[in-house]
Design a protein around this ligand. Structure first.
Ligand code: GMT
Length: 377
């Protein structure tokens, strides 16, 4: 099939999932075209069946805000026509689903029936999408997509609760390419570069936005650090990074909290990790936690949104109420208290990711595309 993928090209979960999906589809002999404003960060190669089309914008002094969705829908029309795409798979409703609807209408005028699949990722529904400034347009574009998917059951329920949805929604969990992690696990992990042999390594990866509650990461770690020699790796960048750095200093643990900034070497960094911390306020799925589990890290997270669908309480890690750093720290201490318990949680975490394996999830997306192409409109 010839498939266009529209996503944010950044380190955010939706862009990462969309890029991994596109690369896996290309591996499976489909022709994949990414349409976005930059080459996606995880797209590390372009091949004969994997293409990238940049969306460019014309600056004009009258515009206080650049009309990105206009440029995006124009580019979608061009690429669909030029490469005879059959499917447009847009990730994150705002503004991608809306722009895809416009592209679909423009293509219809030219006698082309492009099928639009919208995958909802989380904040496009829970935080931003349901805001009165966007709600009507988001609801319209969900209802006018040819197929709609959410990355968790919890996000489906949120979507049905927050919008008046007349379309079907299929839940397709985020996935992981187990082979990639198995290969990474085979490599020798140079832990000693970051921590002493007796130290436990905790990791947090995010875009450091308020929804991630990065200060809770530092507070949780500070409690654990009092009794267990340990290091905290903070991977990513964003508005709350500075506050987290200041908090680590105030709590007197600055030397053991390492801020690494954004990284494309997530698999390599996760190989050091014993426990992954994700104390988010809301999380439709928690792809970062799934990646950590695939790299054999136990997970301490909140029990919000789709996290209970990913992290199994008492098995792959523990779930706590939002903001309850004492509980998160106590749970972390239960995991790292002795080597045997830690190894059991780490291995359970890895086992639990099997149900999210690319091998299981990719055919589900392919089936959606196929069934749309079989439909006569
Ligand atoms: O978590 C973020 O801030 C990034 C955001 C995104 O859209 O890029 O992530 C969302 O999509 C991910 C992939 O499906 C999910 O794993 C994240 O849970 C979800 N984030 C939230 O719901 C806050």
């Amino acid at each position: 099939m010839r498939i266009g993928i529209v996503c944010y090209p950044t380190f955010g979960g939706s862009g990462v999932v969309a890029t991994e999906l596109g690369m896996a589809l290309a591996d499976n002999k489909h022709e994949v075209h990414f349409i976005t404003y930059n080459q996606p960060v995880r797209l590390d190669f372009i091949s004969h069946n994997l293409h990238f089309h940049e969306v460019t914008m014309e600056e004009y002094p009258l515009f206080q805000y650049q009309p990105y969705e206009l440029a995006l829908s124009t580019r979608m029309v061009e690429v669909v026509e030029k490469y005879q795409l059959e499917i447009l798979h847009v990730h994150y409703a705002i503004p991608h689903a809306y722009a895809a609807y416009m592209a679909k209408q423009m293509l219809k005028e030219k006698g082309i029936d492009i099928k639009v699949v919208t995958t909802l990722h989380g904040t496009d529904i829970t935080l931003v999408g349901s805001h009165p400034s966007y709600r009507t347009a988001v609801e319209f574009s969900i209802n006018h997509s040819d197929a709609v998917t959410t990355v968790s059951q919890s996000l489906k329920e949120d979507t049905l609760r927050l919008f008046n949805i007349t379309n079907d929604i299929q839940v397709i969990h985020n996935f992981i390419d187990m082979d990639k992690y198995d290969k990474a696990n085979e490599k020798e992990c140079q832990r000693i570069a970051l921590a002493k042999p007796n130290e436990r390594i905790f990791t947090h990866i995010s875009n450091f936005r308020p929804v991630k509650r990065v200060e809770d990461v530092v507070k949780t770690f500070a409690i654990v650090h009092k009794t267990v020699p340990s290091k905290l790796l903070m991977v990513g960048d964003g508005p709350d990074r500075r506050d987290a750095e200041l908090l680590a200093k105030t709590l007197g643990i600055k030397e053991d909290v390492i801020f690494l900034g954004n990284s494309s070497e997530v698999t390599e960094l996760l190989c050091y990790t014993d426990v992954f911390l994700l104390p988010s306020k809301t999380e439709s799925f928690g792809f970062a936690a799934l990646e950590a589990m695939a790299a054999e890290a136990a997970v301490i997270s909140t029990n919000t949104g789709g996290l209970p669908e990913v992290n199994k309480h008492g098995y792959s890690g523990y779930l706590s109420a939002i903001g309850d750093v004492e509980d998160m720290a106590n749970n972390a201490l239960k995991i790292v208290k002795d080597e045997a318990t830690l190894q059991r949680f780490k291995s359970n975490a890895k086992k639990h990711t099997a149900q999210f394996s690319l091998k299981n999830i990719l055919p589900v997306y392919e089936d959606i595309y196929k069934s749309l192409l079989e439909k006569v409109s």
